[in-house]
Design a protein around this ligand. Sequence first.
Ligand code: GLP
Length: 249
Amino acid sequence: ENAGTVVYENSTEASKAVAKEIADLIKVKEAQKQPCILGLATGSSPKGLYAELVRLHKEEGLSFKNVVSFNLDEYYPMEPDSINSYVRFMKELLFDQVDILPENCHIPDGTLSKEGIADYCSQYEAKIKALGGIDLQILGIGGNGHIGFNESGSLQNSKTRLVALDHITRVAASNDFSGLDNTPRTAITLGVKAIMEAKRVILMAWGERKSNIIKASIEGEVTNRVPASYLQEHNNATFVLDKAAASKL
Ligand code: GLP
């Protein structure tokens, strides 16, 4: 009923459909001898997608040699080999299991000095631009409507930057960090502007716990209180949901 919303029976079916779209895009770009620029996300929501992409590589020969990836975000500070780093997450779930070239995988660097962050962030955006922009951006959604780590209040033209994490975001992450005290207070995130400039955006959300924020994002007003609501103004964004996440629409 909502343009730009597709509902699947469950997250497995949904993840397979998104993987198929990505695989098709990779092949089209390969045939055109072009790189395929993917914007990638972490969190629990894309795990099934990455598992299916790994399966397509191992069982159906899907190659990632022409893929260049840019992850949305990383905690700051964060060591790449730390158990909770998004570098480690991406290596374990995708990069180390497919034939993507390590030099083509970009994740914001959690080890920078504070003074170096602003320059690093503008270079991160410049690299994306130099490659022609993100062809397809994968997003999850935080319980407060954040995309990447663009928390409530992030403006539509916000740049890639160091952000303070909301208390609610830290609480959600605190289990992974064995307590709130050990949970990072800041992160580096791709800005809303760069996300909105992606040619195609797919936001994935599963489960009842996401149903209220999904309703607000799709049917509520476009507001900086709910950064995912900005996607209503994107010309090629789709919310891919399971039945439970869609249950309040
Ligand atoms: C973190 C990530 C977001 C992700 C969110 C939701 O905050 N930085 O990119 O969308 O978690 O996580 P989950 O998919 O586990 O619900």
